[in-house]
Design a protein around this ligand. Structure first.
Ligand SMILES: Cc1cc2nc3c(=O)[nH]c(=O)nc-3n(C[C@H](O)[C@H](O)[C@H](O)COP(=O)(O)O)c2cc1C
Length: 479
């Protein structure tokens, strides 16, 4: 996997690996809705990564970077794979790596570029950064959309890193929204039970492996720093933040240090915020960071991954693909034969498995196993199994199988399963009662095993002909 020193190293490498057009520089876009809107319009068509500079009202060089892992090629580069790695091989690489990953602890360094500017006391002002208002109905400016929130367990010393949305609530106030089971919340509660505030650091702008590790549910007790070190093959360089003594990446763009008081002592109205489901749902009184110190590099870059409709390959494809790799692994561990691949669409709402059937029960076994993987708060709603001739990385191909190999009264099963609190389809009264039950749909889109050899043959260009044509007609087919 990739060992990018920091976000800047990754951005330079993107340009090197994928060409000049891969990172588009945009000058003069307003932070109110223009940056968010342009990001979304270009993400819709799998456009370039975007570097916004010369943002009106802010010094040149105070930048915002978006769409950082929005395509399979960019995701491959971010994970340290060749840019032309076939999409399914990215999932396969994750799967193989997760099996043999050895945690590598961070390496402590004495200093780093994050200390180029240290703001304390009167100088603490989150308003110096060009934090965008991403969507028109957002209840504030979210500086943390792909951030790393760092806390330390007061008992064991375990350092947790998680991604939780962070909204600027004043010069020295930030709100955080952490769903019920998040590790930082459990850690904060330990401090609160002792009558203390919880030291916290919010990192904005880090390399893509750290971003990915922060968003992965590592088990309690395992630091995402060690996970990131294992993924990179070398420890992350950290230094101890001057105020909170928490380890922070020495090459981070911005670090906001402070303390988290109990919600009863101080809270703030948080949200709504355009969420990854494509809706605004959550808003309420939430935890506040009392900011005591801001550290930032010269010409800092806010890394932004604003949520968009889940069908848009948004800023980050790594997490859905990681989830696909876990499902693939789980299928094999459950004894499902001949799994050819697993692919996630719409941020896991649709999980597609391809198998080579060896018996009549294989398709249902695969569906049950895929649906049976324990999920931590994700929303996997549709599980589809297809035959190995379907290219599962091509949604049109998957839809073709669903439309022509499914018997609607025989091939679809609906089961009851929990969803997350931001599911827009949860009835308000059920949500208020804490009832998160919803359904999941299992769809067998394989040819029926008993007569699969008599299924009508497909009339699409076969693989061998495709390859021959690609070679002979490269110029025409590249158009
Ligand atoms: C871009 C992005 C934004 C996220 N925002 C939130 C959030 O606002 N609140 C939350 O509780 N989880 C959020 N998550 C999910 C958590 O980061 C994820 O579940 C992570 O594993 C939590 O870490 P923890 O298990 O150490 O608490 C987000 C994930 C991603 C990828």
């Amino acid at each position: 996997m990739g060992a990018f020193r920091d976000l800047r190293h990754y951005i330079d490498h993107l340009t090197e690996a994928l060409g000049r057009g891969e990172v588009l520089r945009i000058d003069g876009a307003d932070r109110d809705l223009d940056i968010g809107g342009i990001t979304e319009l270009l993400a819709e068509r799998e456009g370039p990564a975007l570097m916004f500079d010369n943002i009106p009202g802010f010094p040149a060089g105070y930048r915002v970077f978006t769409n950082f892992m929005g395509t399979p090629a960019r995701t491959a580069v971010a994970l340290g794979l060749p840019h032309d790695t076939p999409a399914l091989d990215i999932v396969r690489a994750w799967k193989d790596l997760s099996k043999r990953i050895e945690p590598v602890p961070p390496v402590e360094v004495a200093t780093g570029p994050v200390l180029e500017n240290v703001l304390v006391g009167e100088d603490v002002d989150l308003g110096i950064f060009p934090t965008p208002r991403w969507h028109d109905r957002d209840g504030g400016r979210y500086i943390g959309t792909a951030c790393m929130v760092i806390t330390r367990d007061p008992d064991s010393g375990w350092v947790n890193v998680g991604t939780y949305r962070a909204c600027v609530q004043g010069r020295d106030r930030l709100s955080l929204w952490m769903l019920g089971n998040r590790h930082a919340k459990a850690i904060a509660e330990k401090y609160w039970a002792r009558g203390q505030t919880c030291p916290i650091a919010v990192v904005v702008g880090q390399d893509p492996i750290l971003s990915t590790a922060a968003a992965i549910a590592a088990p309690s007790g395992m630091s995402e720093y060690d996970l990131a070190g294992g993924l990179r093959g070398e420890g992350v360089e950290v230094l101890y933040a001057p105020g909170s003594e928490l380890p922070i990446p020495a090459h981070a763009e911005i670090v906001i240090e402070g303390e988290l008081p109990p919600v009863e002592e101080e809270s703030v109205l948080e949200g709504p915020f355009g969420e990854w489901t494509g809706y605004y749902t959550h808003s309420g009184q939430e935890t506040v960071v009392r900011v005591t110190r801001i550290l930032h590099r010269d010409d800092p870059i806010i890394l932004g991954a604003p949520p968009m409709l889940p069908t848009i390959p948004a800023g980050d494809q790594a997490v859905p693909l990681y989830s696909a790799s876990l499902t693939w692994d789980h299928l094999e561990a459950s004894g499902v034969q001949n799994v050819k691949g697993v692919w996630a669409y719409a941020r896991q709402l649709l999980m597609v498995v391809s198998i080579e059937q060896t018996g009549a029960g294989d398709a249902m076994h695969a569906l049950l196993a895929a649906a049976g993987r324990k999920r931590t708060g994700g929303m996997e709603r549709y599980f589809v199994v297809v035959d190995e001739d379907i290219d599962i990385t091509d949604i049109n191909h998957v839809l073709w199988a669903m439309f022509t190999r499914v018997h609607p009264t025989e091939s679809i099963q609906v089961l009851r399963a929990p969803t997350t609190a931001i599911d827009p389809r949860l009835a308000p009264d059920r949500l208020a009662a804490g009832d998160l039950s919803m359904g999941i749909v299992l769809i067998d889109a394989c040819k029926p095993f008993a007569w699969k050899d008599r299924y009508p043959p497909a009339n699409r260009v076969d693989q061998a002909t495709r390859e021959r044509l690609r070679e002979r007609w490269a110029g025409v087919l590249a158009l």
